[in-house]
Write a new protein. Structure first.
Length: 79
């Protein structure tokens, strides 16, 4: 599935990044509770990915980003 990251500031909403995060639809999104430096995505493909938030908002980063950690041991969709 595709993820869309938006920035909401001063009453404006700006699309920051669009990327293919999973092979099947995305079912869950969560930022880490400490400082928001990691975005976790989970999907119907049974995979959980951890993404560096700074990489996602970096305008100079390549268009092809990759998770820094992937858990793929699930046999069913992660919900």
């Amino acid at each position: 599935g595709t993820c869309f990251l938006w920035e909401w500031t001063a009453g404006e909403d700006n699309l920051v990044k669009v990327w293919k995060a999973h092979y099947r639809p995305v079912t869950c999104l969560a930022f880490d509770k400490d400082d928001g430096a990691t975005l976790f995505t989970a999907g119907e493909d049974g995979v959980v990915n951890a993404w560096c938030t700074l990489d996602l908002v970096d305008q100079h980063a390549s268009s092809s980003i990759h998770p820094f950690q992937t858990w793929s041991e699930h046999h069913l969709p992660v919900t």
